[in-house]
Design a protein around this ligand. Structure first.
Ligand code: NAD
Length: 348
């Protein structure tokens, strides 16, 4: 059932965690520890089936290996999913019970925030586990490590603007889909740099806030991908780039923070053939890992994290330029860079 699963990619270890005393069901997947301890967030979601949870954790953990590799981090890739509703009042108990499983891996795996698990929840995990990062208590009050991710998105859009031959972001039109932790902070950076924003979210309150604060215009959430803009920035859910949406996209480039944006791998080539420069999601959204994971291997420094995140600009320019020159999808180029580093450092 596992070894011939379509998303099994020679993962080093997959652990099924169970604690009947609190009703915990969770899965940890360590995809690779070649570059360092596996690292990746903890997602809490009421998956309809265990199969869905397994598919998610297998895909996400592989994505983390590639993300850390391209970002140049001394980390491997892992991820965990807790099968539960994040609004369950038993959430703290589930987190504590789960933390004991991560602790038992003795540092082979470090975990942090993801959908359904925030920085305050990471502090609850840390009560029972030494291998937790992106905890609220590691930052000044009110700081959310998602802001590192948003900064990476801004750096990415700047790189894309240069690739499209704009001298800066003044007047560059960007459509932002999803105005949560990352999308909202990204809009702030873009507005400050003079970009014109078109935004959409399924929540009216967050849309109103962005319109008021950043002078944005709004689009229907079902049609924002088709907005007449220079850059489309998906910052909500995955799989938004698919056979139905790609022919409707008018933007010349896509650079957003959502995970797993391509519905299928082949959509990287579909985008290339449509003449749309696509910045692979795991490359541009690595800012969060770069900023938050430093506690694993060094003393955290905000300045050092920002400097490292700024380095994404050159990585993204290289990927887009190589994609154009070699006539290959940018997603394939990014994967090749990730695999080459793992092979070279794995053999050294
Ligand atoms: P979030 O939950 O804070 O925000 C997501 C927003 O998207 C919400 O406001 C939600 O209402 C909106 N949304 C949902 N469906 C929508 C739709 N159909 N159309 C428009 N808006 C919709 O999440 P986030 O932390 O901002 O993360 C956004 C994406 O970025 C996710 O895919 C996440 O996995 C990815 N990501 C986040 C981080 C991080 O540091 N937070 C890091 C890497 C990747």
């Amino acid at each position: 059932m596992l070894f011939d699963h379509p998303d099994f990619d020679a993962h080093e270890q997959v652990i099924f965690c169970n604690d009947t005393s609190v009703g915990l069901k969770a899965i940890i997947a360590l995809h690779s520890t070649v570059l360092g301890p596996a690292a990746g967030g903890c997602r809490m979601h009421p998956y309809a089936t265990e199969e869905e949870a397994l598919t998610d954790v297998l895909r996400l953990s592989k994505g983390m290996t590639y993300k850390s590799s391209v970002a140049g981090l001394p980390l491997g890739g892992g991820k965990c999913v807790i099968i539960a509703d994040p609004n369950d009042p038993k959430k703290p108990e589930l987190l504590r019970a789960f933390a004991a499983h991560v602790q038992s891996l003795a540092g082979r795996y470090w975990t942090a925030i993801d959908i359904g698990v925030g920085p305050a929840d990471a502090d609850i995990l840390a009560e029972r586990c030494d291998y937790i990062f992106a905890r609220a208590s590691q930052y000044e009050p009110g700081f959310n490590p998602s802001e590192f991710t948003a900064l990476g998105g801004f750096i990415g859009i700047k790189a894309v603007a240069h690739f499209l031959k704009y001298s800066d972001l003044k007047g560059v039109r960007v459509a932002v889909q999803g105005l949560g932790a990352t999308g909202y902070a990204l809009c702030g950076h873009l507005h400050k740099a003079g970009a014109e924003l078109v935004v959409a979210d399924v929540r009216d309150d967050v849309v109103e806030r962005v319109v008021e604060e950043f002078d944005a215009t709004t689009a229907n959430p079902d049609h924002i991908h088709a907005a007449d803009v220079d850059v489309f920035a998906p910052c909500a859910l995955g799989a938004g780039l698919n056979d139905q949406t790609i022919p409707e996209i008018k933007a010349k480039a896509i650079c957003g923070l959502a995970n797993n944006q391509l519905a299928e791998d082949r959509h990287g080539e579909v985008l290339r053939q449509a003449g749309i420069a696509y910045v692979p999601d795991y490359v541009v959204n690595a800012g969060g890992m770069m900023g938050a994971s430093t506690v694993i291997f060094t003393e955290p420094s905000r300045e050092a994290s920002i400097k490292q995140i700024e380095g994404l600009e050159n990585t993204i320019k290289e990927i887009l330029t190589r994609s154009q020159r070699e006539g290959k999808p940018s997603s394939e180029i990014a994967d090749a860079i990730a695999v080459a580093r793992i092979k070279s450092e794995g053999n050294s």
